[in-house]
Write a protein that binds this ligand. Structure first.
Ligand code: NAD
Length: 337
């Protein structure tokens, strides 16, 4: 954090989706040794297949932590919670593109209607700051260059369309009602505790099990990789020092094709290219995402701190050491990835 800025006032923070991959890391960070003084955290999470109570084991007995199992679409519950909180950090979502291609109704229900329920509750109860956690995918594919925050959303998958819808709703609550809403749009996250349907934990767990890894199309799709420590750093900067009604892109600075990423994972797991199985490409697969994160860098002092080689090695080591976390999930994960 930048020492020139005063410490933010203590906050009672409601974290939606706090039992998922990024939300749980946000909660562990807030309640960890470097978290803000005086913070209390309530997690609201309905524990879908992607929500895992074990992700919150590290904070379960923390005196400033409360867990509420419930749905962000439950207006009565949302109202009751909003009344006792200052800030909302909204991570809860259906988050997997492949699932949204198979069926999009849950995506619209949670990502759009759930967000609207939260925004209404925030408005009714005078929430101080509402952080809408979104994704670079709302901008759509870009062949070269990078999207800035003023580029209009052009989402291509049902997942990204539902996220773009909730971003627009959130920004409309700022413009119409004056609610202090701040939107973050980050690139592909990686790290520990990620559900093993997403590419890095899927491939690592397959490789550790001696299996092949299914690589989409020609493997040439490009993603920018961001460690969860850096994403959480960016979200906290936006919550505590960002401006109302603004969008902030959060990038990682490591662009790789899926084939390049796969090669790194093969190497980290001591496997060869014979373990790659090329599979039919994802429908409507965006070729490349890239966000320009100059704004959050210059305005809030954000810098990705985790070097990708180190972060990836730590991530692979975590999956190696934590089979008990992912093995049961692999058995129920099913086909989408
Ligand atoms: P995740 O799928 O791991 O976790 C989502 C969490 O939301 C789960 O704990 C789930 O139980 C909960 N949830 C789902 N529906 C709910 C509902 N109706 N009510 C209450 N809780 C519900 O997702 P993640 O990867 O941690 O992503 C978190 C947020 O960050 C999402 O909004 C996602 O769009 C965004 N994001 C993720 C990435 C990424 O690379 N993972 C990148 C950019 C943005």
């Amino acid at each position: 954090m930048n020492g020139r800025h005063p410490a933010p006032p203590p906050a009672r923070v409601l974290v939606t989706g706090g039992a998922g991959f990024i939300g749980s890391h946000h909660v562990r960070t807030l309640l960890g040794p470097d978290g803000p003084a005086g913070v209390t955290v309530t997690v609201l999470d309905s524990l879908t297949y992607a929500g895992n109570p074990a992700n919150l084991d590290a904070v379960r007995d923390h005196p400033a932590f409360t867990f509420v199992k419930g749905d962000i679409c439950d207006q009565e519950l949302v109202d009751a919670l909003m009344a006792d909180h200052d800030d909302v950090v909204h991570f809860a979502a259906e988050s997997h593109v492949d699932r949204s291609i198979l069926s999009s109704s849950e995506f619209v229900r949670t990502n759009v209607m759930g967000s609207q329920t939260l925004l209404d509750g925030a408005l009714r109860h005078g929430i101080r700051t509402f952080v809408q956690v979104s994704t670079d995918e709302v901008y759509g594919s870009i062949d070269s260059g990078a999207w800035t925050e003023d580029c209009p959303p052009q989402p291509n998958s049902p997942y990204s369309a539902s996220k773009a819808s909730s971003d627009l709703l959130a920004l409309a609550y700022h413009r119409t009602h004056g609610l202090d809403v701040r939107v973050t749009r980050c690139s592909n996250n990686y790290g520990h505790h990620q559900y093993p349907e997403k590419v890095i934990p899927l491939f690592v767990s397959n490789l550790l099990d001696g299996r092949k890894v299914p690589l989409y199309g020609d493997g040439g799709n490009v993603r920018d990789w961001l460690h969860i420590d850096d994403h959480v750093q960016g979200v906290e900067l936006v919550r505590t020092r960002g401006r109302a009604g603004e969008v902030y892109n959060i990038g990682g600075g490591t662009e790789l094709t899926n084939r390049e990423l796969t090669d790194l994972l093969l190497e980290a797991c001591g496997a060869g290219p014979d373990r790659i199985e090329y599979v039919q490409d994802r429908k409507g697969h965006d070729r490349r995402y890239c966000v320009d994160w100059t704004k959050i860098r210059d305005e809030l002092g954000y810098r990705p701190r985790k070097d990708f080689a180190t972060g990836l090695a730590e991530t692979v080591a975590w999956y190696r050491a934590n089979r008990a976390w992912w093995e049961p999930l692999k058995q129920t994960a099913g086909e989408p990835r």
